[in-house]
Design a protein around this ligand. Sequence first.
Ligand code: SF4
Length: 320
Amino acid sequence: MSAQSATPITSLTPSQKIQLSKLEKRLRRHVGQAIAQYNMIEDGDKIMVCLSGGKDSYALLAILMLLKESAPIHFDIVAVNLDQKQPGFPEHILPEYLDALGIEYKIAQEDTYSIVKDKIPEGKTTCSLCSRLRRAILYKVAAEIGATKIALGHHRDDMVETLMLNMFYGGKLKSMPAKLVSDNGEHVVIRPLAFCKEAELIQYAQLKAFPIIPCNLCGSQPNLQRQNIKKMLQDWNVNHPGRIESMFTAIRNVVPSHLCDSELFDFKGINADSGIINGGDTAFDDEPIIATQLTNNGNFEDNSKATFSLSNSLNVIEIK
Ligand code: SF4
């Protein structure tokens, strides 16, 4: 069965069609890489795709459907939406969309909206309780439909934002895992969009004309900490292109011997016979980073007269 969009592809201009085709190939490649790297999907899996009605979950479903067509293994997809009974929730949108795709789906209905309104004082952020309730219900549905994996639509930028949130407010070096066991210990949860950029998912949603349902129909205030982090990262990305990419690469390239967590690395066991560990005392592998700040003739980008020479072996930056 072919994956379809809600909007006929014929309504796109020729250049938009080319754009969509390239973007889809790129997203497909990134999702395929993440699936392979973390062994997210195995032969015979039944994948429950959590469809919220947001751009990311629509993209997740569309790309997994495309991959299913060409994958060398067999897996099944069931789209699941939880209708949380928010006022004004347009109940018809997802069934119509999913019927048009012709895939198996389930719309679960639970009035978590009333519970959240009852428990959280007016004006406070309700997302945390709402998400916990939603998770528990989705785990129950996964068991009912016999799903072997639960797929969520979080992407690379969500992961970097979570890393920053945990560092700034939680005192932990921790992000969102690409694959994990659910809170109740019963399910494997996967995030196949882990390598996808949010900007590309926004563009994909526009080109595919996904019928987006806003999450904040409940009237909840956005989580200000997350909003601030998002804004900070967006500003960085404008002023220093590639910084988010570098941070995401860092999450995949951890050096426990050069952090300070003695649970992760046996610092007590180090002695003179241990040998040089992970490059020794080179605390900052500065060469590629500094190189981007230097012009071809070695002058610093801010046009100051200072020039720099790097000595990797001594980890010294000399200003001449
Ligand atoms: S915005 Fe509303 S529906 Fe969305 S997670 Fe927060 S509380 Fe739940």
